[in-house]
Design a protein around this ligand. Structure first.
Ligand code: ZN
Length: 147
């Protein structure tokens, strides 16, 4: 099997896996979820912070360990989420999930997904889809808790 990181967006994923945006933890979060991907060994604890009195995301803090795809994906998500409303974030998650299920087909929506389009190529590698989805599943859990 060829390397899922090969190709056009390799650099974006590598950069995010090295310089992890949002990495850390806060004492108080509005929602928090822990997710594991036993297939690969990835683990993440993700915290969601809201702008007080609004339904807008202020920031995401996360920590955990795992492969570069899972770490880069959490980093990209931390960059994308702030400023979006809960509904906007949910539709971003839906579009990301659809892309990750596409097995490399179609075109990714760069306006909505930003750097997350870098994972379009990863969707061809079924074993790595869960790595890329891990933090997104965690943040979706946080959204469910806030409803
Ligand atoms: Zn992984």
């Amino acid at each position: 099997m060829s390397d899922p990181l090969a190709g056009l967006y390799q650099q974006v994923i590598l950069d995010h896996s090295k310089l992890r945006r949002g990495y850390g933890s806060v004492e108080r979060a509005d929602a928090e979820r822990h997710e594991r991907n036993p297939t690969c060994g990835d683990e993440i604890t993700l915290q969601l912070l809201m702008e007080p009195g609004t339904d807008r995301v202020a920031s995401i803090a996360w920590h955990g360990s795992g492969c570069s795809i899972s770490q880069a994906s959490a980093s990209v998500l931390s960059e994308l989420a702030p400023g979006r409303t809960l509904a906007e974030l949910q539709s971003t998650i839906d579009v990301f999930r659809e892309m990750m299920r596409s097995r490399g087909a179609g075109e990714a929506d760069e306006d909505l997904l930003g750097d997350a389009v870098a994972f379009h190529g990863v969707s061809k590698y079924v074993m790595r889809v869960k790595c890329a989805m891990l933090s997104w599943v965690a943040v979706e859990g946080c959204l469910a808790d806030l409803r």
